[in-house]
Design a protein around this ligand. Sequence first.
Ligand code: PGA
Length: 255
Amino acid sequence: MVIGSESWTLSVFRDAHAASESAADSVANTLQNKTDAAITFPTGTTPLAMFDILAARAARGEIDFSGVSIFFLDEFVGATDEDPNSFTRWLTEVLFNRVGIKPDQLHALPVTADDLLASAAKFDEAISACGGLDLAVLGLGPNGHVGYNEPGSGVDSRTRVVTLTPESRDQASAYWEGSLPIPDQAMTMGVGTLLESKQIVLLVTGEAKAGILRRTLEEPITTDVPASLLRIAGPRLTIIVDEAAASELSTAHSS
Ligand code: PGA
């Protein structure tokens, strides 16, 4: 789909499973082209179906994660991998352990460092040292965040510490049914960091995201909706959605 001079791709699938298959295909294609690709994955409920598909394909020997480098997208400041609310721990359980990705393939965000600012800059340098991310798979927050780039995040923002909005904290709290405390701050890859990825996949499913997806794709690009900034990536951006998420888009789309 092309809006004005924008040339990103929007693919609409019948349901969340079909959308997740397509996102899994993007991961598989990336690894087929480059066995030592650098990839980031999102946390959240949306990607869980894609993770199940990737785990099944890995079990059948159809996809090989043994050379991949994983850079974490976001994590709560102060969280260790032992903490029950750690995104690093969560992704390790729901994906990495299931597909044979070993701890030495993981680049965790330095959220317990003494100097968070300097450590975050080093994290970005480590991504550059790998030649940049080959693939960033992202989710869309209810307030338009990507990673934890909250509304107001700049197009040039780098990996850094951010203060979470009440909406994002409520969203995270719901992951553990309100049973765990959610820190005020997180470290996230920046929008600028993500925009340097060779390929970006934004996976969005479910009716609850229809309004924010419409704002992301059909309103002018704005820092109020950080996900809209991804459109700057042009042909390197693929938005994969189901019909429910696409239900408020003004144009009819099909795939
Ligand atoms: P969700 O989160 O998949 O739980 O809706 C998406 C996100 O905030 O990236």
